[in-house]
Structures are given as C-alpha cells and as structure tokens.
Design a protein around this ligand. Structure first.
Ligand code: NDP
Length: 264
C-alpha cells in the first residue's frame, strides 16, 4: 500500500520549481494532488508529468487557479477541491517570492506589502480556509516552506526574512492550537536549493562582488558543511516525511534542509 494512498494533498506554486517536485513526490507516494497556482500552462505541465511518471492507476491531478494576493481565488480553489474530493488531508504552503533585494531603507512600502502579503498573509488565508475541513475529520498535516534566511541573515533580504520567520511563529502557534484536534503543523527551512532561482542569486553575488560566476558558486558552496547545494528532491522528501504518518510524533517543528548551512 502506498504511503499516502487515499490522501488528498494541495500544493501551492505547483507550476514550477520546488512546488512541482513536491507535487510529483507526493503523487508518487499515492496522494491525489490538487495543483494550485497562477500559471495554468505550468500547472498542466506538472499534471502531465505526474500522470506520465505514475506506475499505478492514478487519479488525474486537479488544477486550481490560485493567486495568493487574491482572497477570493484562494477560497474558490479550496471550495473546488473540497467539492470534488470532500477533504484536504495535506496542505503544502510552498509559494513564495524573494521580493525587493535591497537594504531595508531602500524598500518601498508597496514592495514590503507585496512580499508579506504573498509569503505570510496568503498562507494565512489559505490555511484558514482549509482548517475547518481538517477539524471535521480530526486529522491533517500542514507544511509551510520557510527559509533559513533570517535565522542566518543574508544582506538585503530583510523583507523576505521577516516574511519567512513570521511563518515560523504562525506555524508554532497553529501547532499548539491544532495539536489536540489531530492536526500536525510543521515547516521546512530550505538552504540554498539548486535550480534557476539560486542561479539568479549566484549571478547577483558575482555582479556585486565583481567575481566570476564560478567563483561565486565556490564561495557559496564553501559556506555549507556538506559543500554542496541541496536539491528540490531533498525538500520534497522532507515534505513527504512531514505529510506522512512516519512523522506522527512531530508538530511545531522547523526542519532545516540546508546541508548544515543552518543548524537551529
Ligand atoms: P520559484 O520562484 O521557482 O517558484 C515560486 C512559486 O511561487 C511559483 O510557482 C510562483 O508562481 C509561486 N507564486 C509566487 N507568487 C504567487 C502568488 N501571488 N500566488 C500564487 N503563487 C505564487 O521558487 P522555488 O521553487 O525555488 O521556491 C519555492 C519555495 O521555497 C518558496 O517559498 C521559496 O521562498 C522557498 N525557498 C526557496 C529556496 C531556493 O533556494 N530556491 C531557498 C529557501 C526557500 P508563478 O510561476 O505564477 O510566479
């Protein structure tokens, strides 16, 4: 029996990047996927990959339009999933933006609000919309994707750090509130995850420090005890663990998947 058989999992930002890899991994473990996001073509591509990679009969993933800056689209997506499946067992709040990369005093109010609204208010609205159905069944697993940023500060990332550490406080409080209802709440803090987003960061480091891209790569790897970036698959394995009954005794936890870049 597959680990997540009969479970329904909703993943935000499922159209690309880490969200796509998480979605595929949960589907491989037997979950029925609800792929949420703004980019229809990307969501369809993730759905196609899930169907193509499946080895046993799988239900087609459900695609739901969801813009975290639009409360009605969040409620609409949750309603669509609940109308079809009657339940959401696993919620993965993966979507996130870096926001303005600049010293704090150069960040505009709107830029601040957009990052906080996407990374913190959006997950609040979505999680709030999903919880009642979990409460009815007295079970569920909620996973937030945070970041090591802030626990380990990086230059010019104040708004991103504030949003991601805000998630930690929200997650811990929610774990306390939901523990007696059979619902677990955890967060993963990824370090440097290999992929296009990291390549952009490396290019910026190279530009600012006037070094080559290869030197910037080496410099960033040298910060990590395992001397390598983590992969989206590493993050997806963490999500699978926290979503499954293997982590039954864990709630309110902030799991670093960073190769040791951060250890607390
Ligand atoms: P990407 O930039 O590749 O993907 C971000 C995802 O978030 C996209 O699917 C994007 O959708 C979605 N998104 C952004 N804004 C909204 C919105 N308003 N409504 C709905 N969806 C939205 O990033 P990654 O895959 O690398 O990152 C995934 C998560 O992991 C993020 O929360 C990020 O902060 C976190 N993280 C990533 C690290 C890394 O090194 N990559 C390190 C630490 C944490 P769209 O395509 O429509 O823009």
């Amino acid at each position: 029996m597959e680990e997540l058989a009969k479970k329904v999992a909703l993943v935000t930002g499922a159209n690309r990047g880490i969200g796509r890899v998480i979605s595929i991994r949960l589907a491989q473990a037997g979950a029925q996927l609800v792929l949420a996001g703004r980019n229809q073509a990307g969501l369809e591509e993730t759905a196609r990959m899930i169907v193509e990679l499946s080895t046993v009969d799988k239900l087609e993933p459900l695609i739901c339009h969801m813009d975290l800056l639009d409360a009605s689209s969040i409620d609409g997506a949750v309603k669509k999933a609940l109308d079809l499946f009657g339940r959401i067992d696993i919620l993965v709040n993966n979507s996130g933006i870096t926001g303005k990369v600049a010293p704090l005093w150069e960040i505009g109010e709107q830029e601040w609000d957009e990052t906080i609204d996407t990374n913190l208010k959006g997950p609040f609205l979505l999680t709030r919309a999903v919880i009642p159905s979990m409460l009815l069944r007295k079970s569920g697993s909620i996973v937030f994707i945070g970041s090591v940023t802030g626990k380990r500060p990086f230059m010019h990332r104040s708004v991103y750090a504030a949003s991601k550490l805000g998630l930690v406080g929200m997650m811990r409080t929610l774990a306390l509130e939901l523990g007696s209802h059979g619902i677990r709440v955890n967060l993963i803090s990824p370090g440097f995850v290999a992929g296009p987003r990291l390549e952009g960061v490396i290019d910026t480091v190279a530009e600012i420090e006037k070094i080559s891209s290869e030197e910037a790569h080496s410099k960033m790897r040298a910060m990590i005890p395992i001397a390598d970036f983590v992969s989206p698959e590493n993050i997806a394995e963490g999500v699978l663990f926290l979503a499954s009954d293997r982590s039954a005794g864990i709630t309110g936890d902030d799991l670093n998947i960073s190769g040791g870049l951060v250890m607390y």
